[in-house]
Design a protein around this ligand. Structure first.
Ligand SMILES: [Zn+2]
Length: 266
């Protein structure tokens, strides 16, 4: 990790992180939309959803296009959903917070990748109550690819890397098996499905990144967030992916401190 002490340099770095966050937020939100509507997200130009007009560079500047066009399409004048600009602002904030915490490091790179997957899958889950396996596979591959970078970047040896992979695997399997057992128990008591298969797979991925100790905190926190959201929208069942994503973001930022504090109580 490169420590940046100069506040101006740090400010510039956070600004760049924020710009990239907004650009990725725009792209990943569009990707989620296209997955939901069974469109290819690699091919095809962006277009207005109501008039179908192809969008130019002027229409695609994250956040700014929305602000300057007052949230309307330049061609048909129809109001665009606030979801576009909100998603850009959200990932902008997420990127800034991760770089603020982890600086210029491979940890930042690892968590930014995880954040992108969690962000995009949350939108898909909100729309169709499903977490496509592609996100799960990306999460696992990204974890494996960044493992040597993170360990060697911290000056660790190959042995350290293998231990961190083992730690992650214990976290992943621990969380997934734990959640599977809890959901089977709940299904039996309530007589209906509580957790989807996608949620359990997502807990597996999250466990790889945060390990078992922070992972347990993550599980509890995502249940609390899910419960609060369900009460807020007054629905008995809501997609769980966004709650897991939000909770994991908090865990990546302050999970280690929380676990240290909790252990110090005993
Ligand atoms: Zn239009």
């Amino acid at each position: 990790m490169i420590t940046i002490k100069d506040p101006v340099m740090m400010g510039y770095l956070l600004f760049v992180a924020g710009v990239f966050g907004a650009i990725f937020g725009s792209f990943l939100n569009c990707m989620a939309y296209r997955i939901v509507h069974h469109e290819s997200f690699l091919k095809g130009k962006s277009h207005c959803d109501s008039c179908g007009h192809e969008l130019g560079a002027k229409d695609l500047v994250p956040i700014l296009s929305y602000v300057f066009q007052k949230g309307r399409c330049r061609y048909c004048g129809k109001k665009m959903g606030a979801r576009f600009v909100l998603s850009e602002i959200l990932l902008c904030v997420v990127f800034v917070s991760i770089v603020w915490k982890y600086g210029v490091s491979f940890d930042s790179l690892r968590y930014l990748g995880l954040a992108c997957a969690l962000f995009s899958l949350s939108f898909v889950d909100l729309d169709i109550q499903e977490i496509p396996d592609g996100y799960i596979i990306f999460g696992i591959i990204w974890w494996i690819v960044t493992a040597p970078l993170v360990t060697l970047g911290q000056g660790g040896s190959v042995h350290d890397m293998l231990m961190s992979l083992l730690g992650g695997a214990i976290g992943g399997f621990g969380l997934a098996i734990g959640m599977l057992l809890i959901s089977l128990l709940f299904d039996k008591i309530m007589g209906k499905d509580s957790l989807g298969g996608g949620d359990i797979k997502l807990f597996f991925v999250v466990g790889l990144y945060v390990g078992i100790a922070i992972g347990l905190f993550d599980v509890i926190l995502s249940c609390v967030i899910g419960l609060i959201l369900a009460i807020c929208v007054r629905k008995e069942m809501i997609p769980f992916g966004p709650s897991i994503a939000l909770s994991t973001w908090i865990c990546v930022l302050v999970g280690a401190q929380f676990v240290t504090w909790y252990i110090s109580l005993f």
